[in-house]
Design a protein around this ligand. Structure first.
Ligand code: ZN
Length: 231
C-alpha cells in the first residue's frame, strides 16, 4: 500500500522569498498545492514568474485566484500612486511609518482563501513566506499576527473543530534577505526567473524597496563568498 502523501498549500507570489519557500517545502517532502493571487497588482510580471516556478517544481495543482483589490485601493501596489524609491538610507525596521506599498489587510485575505483551499485539498499545512526582519513595517508580517491567524485556523474550520487544525508555517519568519538567498542557492532555485519588483516592465526597476532588499541580499552573499575565496 502506498504511503499517503503529505500535502501543503504554499502561497506563491513569484518573488524570491515565496519561490524559495516552495522549493523548501518540496524538499522536506510535501506534495505542493500552490496558490497565487492576481489581486490587481501593478506588477504583472510576478504572475508569470509564479506560473513558471510552479511548472518547474511540478506542483500537484496551481490555483490562480483573481480578487480585485483595486476596487478597494489604498496602496501604491494597486493604485496609480508612485511606488517609493530608494528607501535604503533608512532600514525599514527603524522607520515607524507603514509604507504606502502596504496593501490593506492583504495577508488576512490571502491566508483566509488559502485556508479554505487547504481544507478542501486535505493539506496539513499552509506555508507562507512572511518575513519580519527585512520586512517593510507591514503589520500582517509580524509574529504576533501569524500566531493570531493560527487561532483563526483552529477555531474557524471543520478540521480545527475535529482536532487536526491546519498548521500555519512560516519557516523564513526570522531570516534576513541574505539567508533567503543562501537557501535559494542551496536548493537550486532559478533566482533569475523570480520577480520581486513592485513595478512592472521588461526589467526590474532596481530602485523600489523590494528591489533594493533583493539586491542587498544577493550582493552580501556573493561578497562573503568572494572574501572567503581570497583567504
Ligand atoms: Zn523594483
Amino acid at each position: 500500500m502506498s504511503k499517503k502523501s503529505k500535502r501543503a498549500v504554499v502561497l506563491l507570489s513569484g518573488g524570491l522569498d515565496s519561490s524559495t519557500l516552495a522549493y523548501y517545502v518540496k524538499d522536506i517532502g510535501y506534495d505542493l498545492y500552490t496558490i497565487t493571487f492576481d489581486y490587481g497588482q501593478r506588477s504583472r510580471r510576478e504572475l508569470n514568474s509564479a506560473e513558471e516556478i510552479g511548472r518547474i517544481l511540478g506542483v500537484k495543482e496551481h490555483k490562480f485566484i483573481k480578487i480585485n483589490l483595486r476596487e478597494i485601493g489604498g496602496s501604491a501596489l494597486t493604485d496609480e500612486l508612485e511606488v517609493p524609491k530608494g528607501r535604503e538610507e533608512m532600514p525599514a525596521t527603524e522607520d515607524p511609518q507603514i509604507p504606502i506599498t502596504y496593501v490593506p489587510a492583504r495577508n488576512t485575505i490571502f491566508l483566509s482563501i488559502s485556508l479554505a483551499y487547504a481544507e478542501v485539498v486535505g493539506a496539513d499545512a499552509i506555508f507562507y513566506g512572511a518575513n519580519c526582519l527585512d520586512y517593510s513595517g507591514y503589520p500582517d508580517c509580524r509574529p504576533e499576527y501569524i500566531d493570531a491567524f493560527r487561532e483563526v485556523a483552529r477555531l474557524g474550520t471543520k478540521r480545527g473543530v475535529e482536532g487536526s487544525p491546519i498548521r500555519i508555517e512560516t519557516p523564513f519568519l526570522f531570516y534576513d534577505k541574505s539567508q533567503i538567498v543562501k537557501k535559494a542557492l542551496e536548493l537550486n532555485v532559478p533566482i533569475e526567473k523570480t520577480w520581486s519588483c513592485y513595478e512592472d516592465g521588461e526589467e526590474p526597476c532596481g530602485k523600489c524597496e523590494s528591489c533594493l532588499l533583493r539586491k542587498k541580499g544577493i550582493e552580501s552573499v556573493f561578497l562573503e563568498r568572494a572574501k572567503r575565496s581570497l583567504k
